[in-house]
Design a protein. Structure first.
Length: 148
C-alpha cells in the first residue's frame, strides 16, 4: 500500500468511524468527499480516471442514473431497484448485493466488507485504475439483479 493510499484510506475510515455524527451536519459530507476527490486527483489520477469511466459505463446499464449520494460521492440509482451502490471520492465503490453473493465475493478476496456495515449485504471494492471498471460494472449488475 503506497503512503498516499494509506493516508486517504486511513483518513476516510477515521472520519467514517469516529466522526459519524458529523454526517448530520448539513453539507459537511459533501465537503469532505470533495476534499477527498481533490486529494485523489493529485495523488492517484488513474483512480479518478477509473471513477469517471465507471460513471460513464454505469449509465449504459438500463434504468441507471447518477445522483449525489447522501453522504457525498456519486450514487448509482436504478429506476425500480433504488440505490445499487455509490463511489466515494477516493474511489471506494460500495455495492449492495444479496448476502449469498456478497459472501461468495468476500471469499474470493476481490472485495472487502463494508466499512460501516461489515455484517451486511454491502461490500466495498477499491477502484485503482480504468482496468478495474469492468469488475465494478459486474458488481453493479449483480446489485441490479439482487433487487432491494
Amino acid at each position: 500500500m503506497s503512503a498516499s493510499r494509506a493516508f486517504d484510506t486511513r483518513l476516510f475510515l477515521w472520519v467514517v468511524r469516529r466522526g459519524r455524527r458529523l454526517a448530520e451536519i448539513p453539507t459537511l459530507p459533501y465537503l469532505f468527499d470533495a476534499l477527498l476527490l481533490a486529494w485523489t486527483s493529485l495523488t492517484h489520477p488513474s483512480r479518478v480516471a477509473a471513477m469517471e469511466l465507471l460513471e460513464e459505463k454505469a449509465l449504459q446499464i438500463d434504468g441507471v442514473t447518477l445522483r449525489t449520494h447522501r453522504f457525498g460521492g456519486i450514487e448509482f440509482h436504478h429506476e425500480t431497484r433504488g440505490e445499487l451502490g455509490h463511489v466515494h471520492g477516493h474511489g471506494l465503490l460500495d455495492v449492495r448485493l444479496t448476502r449469498k453473493l456478497a459472501g461468495e465475493l468476500l471469499e474470493e478476496g476481490r472485495v472487502r466488507r463494508h466499512h460501516v456495515f461489515p455484517d451486511s449485504r454491502w461490500i466495498s471494492f477499491q477502484l485503482g485504475k480504468p482496468e478495474d471498471v469492468s469488475y465494478a460494472i459486474q458488481l453493479l449488475e449483480g446489485a441490479r439483479q439482487a433487487g432491494r
